[in-house]
Write a protein that binds this ligand. Structure first.
Ligand code: SF4
Length: 354
């Protein structure tokens, strides 16, 4: 931790005025809170979190649709474990499984293709959440399914586009963002150039960071230095994983399978070009096209859940009256508490306010 101590000392020397930072990726909150970095930083540093948790941005309608699909005897829902307890309007996948729905957990999307190959008489539905890096894996699986003729593989797609979500936060101006720590995970697949316009368009410094404590301290120091010198550029400090153009194959996969669409993001409403839709030529893999007759009720969040406001960075988990009481990692009322990197869960497990 010698390097961390040195960086903390340099941050203290550099910062003279309040500095409001938006840390976009949910993984950054995990690192900062797990290592109690906020307690060590000067009081002038204010870190706002969001909107980097894709499960937290999803509408309860996403889970409601899966629950409806799961009622059909010819459907298997194949999902990652961390989606099981996320609440829909009235239930969860976990409860549906207890009631007899065929819901299986997988550790990679390729397991879903194998399951579909072995169960040709069933439709295998994969709930697809996540930003660009997860979306490119989904695209690769859809292409593979097409090549292998696995047409009983269906995707319920709610992939989000990170720049559109960031843009909404900056345009709303609900928090006084002076610097961005932009997602190293998304930049690893899309490249640092993918985010270049933010510094130019909004006139704010931006740093692409890794996920170790010293990476984030370096990012905060870089932003503080840019503010001091009045520069407004994009700095890539995650050179071991992020190149300027990113992974060209990821770009090609996204372009081949998806197109941009306006999408609902919890807390923000409809975000222009905020999501990815499966192109019409791959509609046989699109669960919403295959199960076009499935109707769901009007979705609703748990009363008093502030997940949306937390995603916008205008509230923090302890502001919620449910936090740590009737909402906790065992019994979550909202995705922000259930999701592995959800801000409420992270705050509950590692925060200083609880
Ligand atoms: S503590 Fe629970 S109810 Fe409150 S905002 Fe977080 S997830 Fe929603």
């Amino acid at each position: 931790m010698e390097r961390a101590e040195q960086l903390l000392a340099e941050i203290k020397e550099t910062i003279t005025l309040p500095l409001h930072i938006l840390a976009v990726c949910s993984g950054y909150k995990v690192t900062i809170q797990k290592n109690h970095l906020e307690e060590r930083l000067p009081q002038q540093v204010h870190i706002h979190y969001g909107p980097g948790c894709p499960a937290c941005l999803a509408s309860p309608a996403f889970i409601d649709k899966l629950l409806e699909y799961g009622k059909r005897s010819n459907v298997i829902i194949a999902t990652y474990n961390d989606l099981l307890g996320i609440p829909g309007t009235i239930s969860t996948l976990e409860k549906a499984r207890t009631s007899g729905a065929d819901i299986r957990t997988v550790s990679a999307i390729w397991d879903v293709l194998l399951l579909a190959k072995k169960n040709r008489r069933k439709r295998i539905v994969f709930p697809a959440l996540g930003f660009e890096s997860a979306a490119s894996s989904t695209a690769a699986a859809i292409l593979q399914a097409k090549i292998a003729g696995i047409f009983n593989f269906q995707v319920l797609c709610d992939h989000k586009r990170m720049p559109a979500c960031m843009e909404t936060v900056l345009q709303n101006k609900e928090i006084p963002v002076q610097g961005l720590i932009t997602s190293g995970r998304v930049a690893a697949s899309m490249g640092s150039d993918y985010f270049l316009s933010f510094s130019e368009k909004y006139g704010i410094p931006q740093v692409i960071s890794g996920y170790r404590p010293e990476n984030l301290l370096e990012a905060i120091l870089a932003l503080a230095r840019q503010i001091t010198h009045q520069t407004k550029k994009t700095e890539n400090l995650f050179l071991e994983a992020v190149s300027a153009k990113g992974n060209i194959k990821s770009h090609q996969l996204l372009e081949e399978v998806f197109e941009k669409e306006d999408t609902f993001c919890n807390g923000f409403g409809i975000v222009k070009n905020g999501g990815f839709r499966i192109k019409d030529e791959y509609r046989m893999f699109d669960a919403e096209k295959v199960f076009f007759d499935v109707k769901t009720m009007e979705p609703a969040m748990a009363e008093g859940c502030l997940c949306g406001e937390i995603m916008r960075g205008i509230k923090t988990p302890p502001d919620c009256s449910h936090f740590g009481k009737d909402c906790n990692p065992i019994q979550a009322l909202g995705a922000c508490m259930h999701s592995e990197e959800g801000p409420c869960r992270v705050e509950f497990l590692f925060g200083r306010n609880f």
